[in-house]
Design a protein around this ligand. Structure first.
Ligand SMILES: C[C@@](CO)(OP(=O)(O)O)[C@H](O)COP(=O)(O)OP(=O)(O)OC[C@H]1O[C@@H](n2ccc(N)nc2=O)[C@H](O)[C@@H]1O
Ligand SMILES: Nc1ncnc2c1ncn2[C@@H]1O[C@H](COP(=O)(O)OP(=O)(O)O)[C@@H](O)[C@H]1O
Length: 289
C-alpha cells in the first residue's frame, strides 16, 4: 500500500513498525499564549533513522513494554500513555506486548518519544480495531505532546500553533550529519528561560515552504548552546562543513549535504569526540508504507 498505514488483517497478531526521528529544519517562536505554551512556526522533516517497535496481541488484558527505558517509569513511558489513551476505543478485549528497540537519543530534539507514541497509536488502532481516523489519532496524540500529530500524519509539514496546525510540505531531501551531544535538554527549561527570543515575526507559509531553509533559524539555539557547552562545541565543529543548526530544543544538531558521500567525508573529518550519525531526510514517514 502506498501512502497509507500498513495493511494488517484481523487475524494478524504481531506487527513490527518503525518510529522515525524528525528534524526541525527551522524553529521560530512567535509568542507565548496565556497558558504558557508557545506559538511557533517550524518545518518538520523525517529521517530514515528509527526506533523499532514490535506489537503482539495477547489474551491477557494487560499492557506490557520491554525493555523498560532507564529513568522512565512505565506510567510515564509515552508508549504506555499512547496505549492507555486508545484503550477506551478498543473493540476487542485483548492486551498488548510491545518490544522496543530504542536507537534514537532521548531528549535530543529528534522526537523519539513522540514518534514511539505515534507508532503505538497507529499500530493499536489496527490491532485493537479502534476504528479511529487519522485525524482522530492526531487529536488524541496531541494530548501526549506537541510533536505527536506530525508523526501520526506521516508527512513532512509546516507547523504552526503549538506545532499542531499542519500543512504538508516538500522541502529538499538531503543527507544529514546529525550530531548527538551527550546531554539531555529539558524542553520545559528552554521554553521557560527568561532570555528566550519569543517575538520572531510570523512568516507567511509560502516563503517558508519555497524559500531556502538556510534563511531561517532556530530561536532556541543561543540559549541551548549557552546552557550546554557540548551543544556549542558541536555547532562550532559542524559549522566548518556546513550550516549547522539545532533541532527542536536540542541537544542534537544537524547540517545538510547534497550526497551521502559528501556527508560521510565531512563526518570523517570531525573530531573523534563528536558522536553522531548520517541519515537521509524524508518527506514521507517510514511509518507509511
Ligand atoms: C518545540 C519542539 C519542536 O519539535 O521541541 P522538541 O521537544 O522536539 O525538542 C516540540 O514541539 C516540543 O514538543 P514536546 O517535546 O512534545 O513538548 P511537550 O511535551 O508538548 O511540552 C513540554 C514543555 O515545553 C513547553 N512548550 C512546548 C511546546 C510549545 N509549543 N510551547 C511550550 O511552551 C511547555 O512548557 C511544556 O510543558
Ligand atoms: N518511549 C520514550 N522514548 C523516549 N523518551 C520518552 C519515552 N517515554 C517518555 N519519554 C520521556 O520524554 C522525554 C523526551 O523524549 P524525546 O521525544 O526523545 O526527546 P525530544 O522531545 O527532545 O525530541 C525523555 O527525556 C523521556 O524522559
Amino acid at each position: 500500500m502506498n501512502g497509507s498505514y500498513p495493511d494488517t488483517t484481523m487475524t494478524q497478531t504481531t506487527i513490527t513498525l518503525p518510529a522515525p526521528a524528525k528534524l526541525n529544519l527551522f524553529l521560530h517562536i512567535n509568542g507565548r499564549r496565556p497558558d504558557g505554551y508557545h506559538e511557533l512556526q517550524t518545518l518538520f522533516q523525517f529521517l530514515d533513522r528509527c526506533d523499532t517497535l514490535q506489537f503482539t496481541v495477547t489474551e491477557e488484558d494487560k499492557i506490557e513494554i520491554a525493555p523498560a527505558i532507564e529513568g522512565v517509569d512505565l506510567q510515564d513511558n509515552l508508549i504506555y500513555k499512547a496505549a492507555m489513551l486508545l484503550k477506551p476505543h478498543r473493540k476487542v478485549t485483548k492486551g498488548i506486548r510491545i518490544t522496543l528497540d530504542k536507537v534514537l537519543p532521548m531528549g535530543g530534539g529528534l522526537g523519539g518519544g513522540s514518534s514511539d507514541a505515534a507508532t503505538t497509536l497507529v499500530a493499536l488502532n489496527t490491532l485493537w480495531q479502534c476504528q479511529q481516523s487519522t485525524a482522530q489519532l492526531m487529536r488524541l496524540g496531541l494530548v501526549l505532546g506537541a510533536d505527536v500529530p506530525v508523526f501520526v500524519n506521516g508527512q513532512a509539514a509546516w507547523a504552526e500553533g503549538v506545532g499542531e496546525i499542519l500543512t504538508p510540505a516538500k522541502p529538499a531531501e538531503p543527507w544529514y550529519i546529525v550530531v548527538t551531544p551527550n546531554c539531555h535538554v529539558n524542553t520545559g527549561e528552554i521554553f521557560s528561560h527568561q532570555r528566550l527570543t519569543r517575538d520572531t515575526p510570523k512568516l507567511k507559509i509560502a516563503p517558508a515552504l519555497e524559500g531556502d531553509v538556510k534563511n531561517y533559524r532556530n530561536d532556541c539555539e543561543n540559549i541551548v548552546s549557552e546552557l550546554y557547552p557540548e551543544v556549542k562545541q558541536a555547532l562550532e565543529a559542524l559549522n566548518q562543513f556546513g550550516n549547522s543548526r539545532l533541532t527542536g530544543t536540542g541537544a542534537c544538531i544537524f547540517a545538510a549535504f547534497d550526497t551521502k558521500e559528501k556527508a560521510e567525508s565531512a563526518f570523517s573529518k570531525l573530531p573523534k569526540s563528536i558522536k553522531g550519525f548520517i541519515s537521509k531526510g524524508l518527506n514521507s514517514s517510514p511509518l507509511l508504507c
